[in-house]
Design a protein around this ligand. Structure first.
Ligand code: 5MM
Length: 341
C-alpha cells in the first residue's frame, strides 16, 4: 500500500469548493427515481441520463471532485463509444465505485440489516482499479426505532465496513466508509446524535482493530438531524452545531475528509446545513458533500428522459453543484438560489 498516494487522493476528494456526486444508485433505486419522472429504467436510458451528468463541463470541472459509480455504469460507454469513466477523468474528476451488494436481514435482530458483498471483493477491486476507479464506497444502514438499533447491528456493520476498507487500501483504492443512520423515523435530533455517536465510535474502533490507515480514507456520515416525521424539526444552526460537535468528538483529525450523504433532506436544506457548518470556524478535516438525491433530484426532473431537455438537465445539475461547492467553503447564501430561480 502506498499511503502517500491514498492520502493525496482522499485529500483531492474533499478539496475546498468541490464535493462528490453519488451516482451509484443500484438498478432498484434508479428505477424508483425514473418512475417518479415517468422514464422507463432501461440500460440505455440509465446510460443517457448519467452521460448527461458527466458531460456537464462546468459542474464536473469546477465543483465535482469525484463520482461514485454503480457496477453497470463503470463498464458502460457513452453514445459515441467513449467509456463513461473516461468522460469523468477528462473533466478532472476522480472515478469511484460502489462495491457493497446491498443489505440483508440480520438474523435474530428483527427490523435490522447487515450490508453484504465481502466475498471475492479483493478480485473485484483489482478489476475496478484497472478500469480507473481510485476510490470505492460501502454503505451500512442503521435504522432508529423504539428498540433499535441493537449493538449487534452496529457491531456487525462496523466490522464489515472495516473489512471492506482494509481490502480497498490493500488494492490501492481509497475507501469511503459510509455508516448511514437513517432520518426516516419520528425521533428527535438528540436521539440521532446519540445513535450516530455509538455508530461512529464503533466504526472507528473496528477500523483501528483491522489496521486501516485513517490518513487514506474518507468518512461519509449522516448529519445530526431530526427524523423526517419528528414534530419538532431542528433549525439549520442546531443541525450545524450538533453535527460538528459530534464529529469532533468521534472522528480523529488523521482522517483527511468527511463528505456527507443527504439522506432525504431537501436540496436546499442539504446545502444550507453544510454551509452553516463551515461558518463555525476552522475544522480539523476537509468537510464537503457526497450527495445523491440532493444533487440529482433537480436535473432528473428537468431532463425527464427527453433528449431536447439535456441542456436544461445540465443547467439544473450545474446549479446544485455550484451551490454545494460554495457551501463547502461557507460562501453560500439563500439569495443565490432565488436569483437562479
Ligand atoms: C445514490 O444512492 C446510493 C445507492 O443507494 P442504493 O444502493 O440503495 O441504490 C446511496 O448509497 C448514496 O450514495 C448515499 O446514500 C448518499 O445518497 P443521498 O441520496 O442520501 O445523498
Amino acid at each position: 500500500m502506498n499511503l502517500t498516494e491514498l492520502n493525496g487522493i482522499a485529500t483531492a476528494m474533499v478539496a475546498p469548493g468541490k464535493g462528490i456526486l453519488a451516482a451509484d444508485e443500484s438498478s432498484g433505486t434508479i428505477k424508483k427515481r425514473f418512475d417518479a419522472i415517468g422514464v422507463e429504467s432501461t440500460e440505455e436510458n440509465r446510460r443517457d441520463y448519467r452521460e448527461m451528468l458527466f458531460r456537464s463541463r462546468d459542474a464536473m470541472s469546477q465543483y465535482i471532485s469525484g463520482v461514485i459509480l454503480y457496477d453497470e455504469t463503470i463498464w458502460q460507454d457513452a453514445k459515441d463509444g467513449t467509456p463513461l469513466v473516461k468522460l469523468i477523468e477528462q473533466s478532472g474528476a476522480i472515478p469511484g465505485i460502489k462495491v457493497d451488494e446491498g443489505t440483508q436481514a440480520l438474523p435474530m435482530c428483527p427490523g435490522e440489516t447487515v450490508t453484504v458483498g465481502l466475498d471475492k471483493l479483493a478480485e473485484r477491486l483489482k478489476k475496478y482499479y484497472e478500469r480507473g476507479a481510485r476510490f470505492a464506497k460501502w454503505r451500512a444502514v442503521i435504522d432508529i426505532g423504539s428498540d433499535i438499533p441493537s449493538m449487534t447491528a452496529i457491531s456487525v456493520n462496523a466490522h464489515a465496513l472495516a473489512r471492506y476498507a482494509a481490502l480497498c487500501q490493500a488494492a490501492q483504492i481509497v475507501p469511503i466508509v459510509e455508516p448511514e443512520v437513517l432520518m426516516d423515523g419520528d425521533h428527535d435530533i438528540d436521539r440521532c446524535y446519540e445513535v450516530t455517536q455509538r455508530v461512529l465510535n464503533k466504526t472507528f474502533q473496528e477500523l483501528r482493530v483491522q489496521r486501516v490507515a485513517l490518513e487514506g480514507m474518507v468518512l461519509k456520515p449522516n448529519m445530526a438531524i431530526s427524523g423526517k416525521k419528528c414534530a419538532k424539526q431542528a433549525s439549520v444552526e442546531e443541525v450545524a452545531e450538533k453535527t460538528i460537535r459530534l464529529l469532533k468528538a468521534c472522528v480523529p483529525a488523521a482522517v483527511p475528509g468527511i463528505a456527507f450523504l443527504s439522506g432525504g433532506q431537501s436540496d436546499e436544506e442539504a446545502t444550507a446545513h453544510l454551509n452553516a457548518m463551515h461558518r463555525l470556524g476552522p475544522l480539523p478535516w476537509g468537510l464537503t458533500f457526497s450527495y445523491g438525491r440532493a444533487l440529482q433530484a433537480a436535473p432528473q426532473k428537468a431532463w425527464s428522459g427527453k433528449a431536447e431537455n439535456v441542456a436544461a438537465g445540465q443547467r439544473a445539475f450545474s446549479h446544485r453543484a455550484r451551490m454545494n461547492g460554495l457551501a463547502s467553503k461557507g460562501e453560500w447564501q439563500s439569495s443565490l438560489e432565488k436569483k437562479a430561480a
